[in-house]
Design a protein around this ligand. Structure first.
Ligand code: AP5
Ligand code: MG
Length: 217
């Protein structure tokens, strides 16, 4: 299964990506997570990406595409993959075609997680992530038992810099202008599957897995 997840910031892409990747035994490739790991590690890529991420803007295509190309070259992607956060504009979608074309492969399905802007703001303002294992929590919708620590690994929880209200608003604008056109792009190719991403996490997972299973059968 070669799958792309698309949806606005806070739609639940990262949350659902883990469950879907596990269900279909494919690696989860989240470009935002790779950038954040590089920022924490102080790498050259991280230093370059940080100012764009903090502002809620897209990291330049050339940088992002080179990073994804390298990742898709790794052997664990041979049987498929789940891309979360890439492509993020039509130029990146064409680049993905080209990378897959070089590998003699193509995309099976693009899953859109649909939520409204008010819910996005609620989800992002309460999101907390684990610094150690990356697990995604929410202070109200999915709180930890242990307060400021991750229930899974004991790691420290933090709030992403780009989850400040002003930056969230800008990320929503960037999504509407640059990423939302992908919906029509993939729909026109007959590759789009839309899932209602409102409601409990487990219900969304169930709907997503059912829709994906149907799409590839
Ligand atoms: P990225 O990390 O991809 O951010 P994003 O697209 O803004 O998406 P988020 O991670 O904020 O939201 P999500 O949909 O994953 O939601 P989550 O599951 O966490 O990108 C960050 C930055 O990196 C970009 O701004 C850009 O600078 C750069 N970048 C990345 N990719 C790039 C690319 N291709 N090109 C250029 N630049 C790129 O859930 C959110 C919260 O909601 C959590 O607290 C969760 O617990 C909660 N939640 C989830 N589901 C539910 C539910 N059903 N009910 C209640 N709460 C829920
Ligand atoms: Mg995410």
């Amino acid at each position: 299964m070669r799958l792309v997840l698309v949806g606005p910031p806070g739609a639940g892409k990262g949350t659902q990506a883990g469950f879907i990747a596990e269900r279909f035994s494919i690696p989860q490739i989240s470009t935002g997570d790779i950038f954040r790991a590089n920022v924490s590690g102080g790498t050259k890529l991280g230093k370059l990406a940080k100012s764009f991420m903090d502002a809620g803007d897209l990291v330049p295509d050339a940088v992002t595409i080179a990073m994804v190309r390298d990742r898709l070259d790794e052997p664990d992607t041979a049987a498929g993959f789940l891309l979360d956060g890439f492509p993020r504009n039509v130029a990146q979608a064409y680049e993905l075609d080209s990378v897959l074309g070089d590998l003699g492969a193509s995309l099976d399905v693009v899953l859109e997680l649909e939520v409204d802007n008010d819910e996005v703001v609620r989800r992002l303002s309460g999101r907390r992530m684990c610094r150690k294992c990356g697990h995604i929590w929410h202070i109200e919708y999915d709180p930890t038992q242990s307060g400021g620590r991750c229930d899974l690994c004991g790691g420290e929880l933090f709030q992403r810099d780009d989850d400040q209200a002003d930056t969230v608003r800008h990320r929503l604008d960037v999504y509407a202008e640059q990423t939302a056109p992908l919906i029509q792009f993939y729909d026109g190719r007959g590759q789009l599957v839309v899932v209602d991403a409102l409601g409990p996490v487990e219900d969304v997972t169930e709907r997503a897995i059912a829709a994906l299973t149907k799409a590839i059968s």
